[in-house]
Design a protein around this ligand. Sequence first.
Ligand code: PLP
Length: 378
Amino acid sequence: MKVSFYGRHPAESETKYMKQCLASSLETDGFFLKKLLSEAGKRFPSSQCLFTASCSSALETALASLDLEPGDEVILPSFNFPSAANSVLLHGGIPVLCDIDRNTQNLSVADVSRRITGKTRAVIAVDYAGVAFDVEALRAVTDEAGLVLIEDAAQGIGSAYDGKPLGTLGDMGAVSFHHTKNITCGEGGMLLVQRQKYFEACRMYRLHGTNRASFLAGDVKLYSWCRKGSSTALGEPSAAILAAQFEVLSEVTERRRAIADVYIERLACLESQGAARLMKVPEKAEINGHIFYLRFETERLRRQVQEYLLSREIECSTHYVPLHASPMGKILGYGEKDLPESLACGKTLLRLPIHSQMDLQQAECVAEQVKRGVNHGM
Ligand SMILES: *Cc1c(COP(=O)(O)O)cnc(C)c1O
């Protein structure tokens, strides 16, 4: 049974909204962007929201508001996509890589504490697989040290922690609508700002460093260049697709969670067998089924299971080469053995297919083939 790794969930209103959009002037922050903002106002009532061209550009927008000075440091996990580290570099800071927790693959709060210096300004916490980082423990550390907490909730749409949506757990949070994420407009992102203190700077950065947003709101007579900026707004055609995608978010999340439930039930035996550990969901975390992963005991067993699944047309995938072990990590001065848990995770983690276009029978079949692959390999 062929099972693909990704599956885009088409939304019924997409075509209608696109037609309506094409009949407009495509002006930035137009009708569909406003529709998105009203949707975000309902879903994230405690945050101010800026829709951006990508999650990467949302992170850049957030970092711009910190006004980093040369030598300022920002701590973030090595087991991550490069976007957060790039956003620090692009604004003149130094990304300081930390290790991860072996249960959640999110940053290790103990390791963050060890890396805080007089130069540390912020921490960027990732919600890997749409599972929240250790919120209470990290907040205690960042509050104590007076650090800004930025959440890389790229994978977090539809997930929550203690009833709060991911992206709203820190001072600012970035979400992705890239084509690989649960809902998508091809390329797109969202920055959720919980502190008024940073909002105005983010809003200006997004519109070329100008106060155009205040001008459009009628608060200033002319708009002009006010601070360092870029162009990171989400375009109107993408906003039209994303507005339609938000309408299917709960359905997508439910379907993905149901697939995760099948994997959890059918693959628990791998833990007792000592072959692999299943992804762990902390008590207060609610997942969105963005990723389902296993961490095998050895790199060899992972390779064997991966090859076994691929030979049966079941697409599965490893994930990041940890940043510290990448060519850029070497340039930044890291050695491969510096962050052992991140390195081990990069070598032993395998992601199984999970998306709304799969049915439960396919999930059962994938689980069965994983077990066969393990027995074949052991
Ligand atoms: C997808 C992803 C990104 C990048 O998102 P874009 O919208 O493509 O910029 C960044 N960080 C993490 C953890 C991601 O999963």
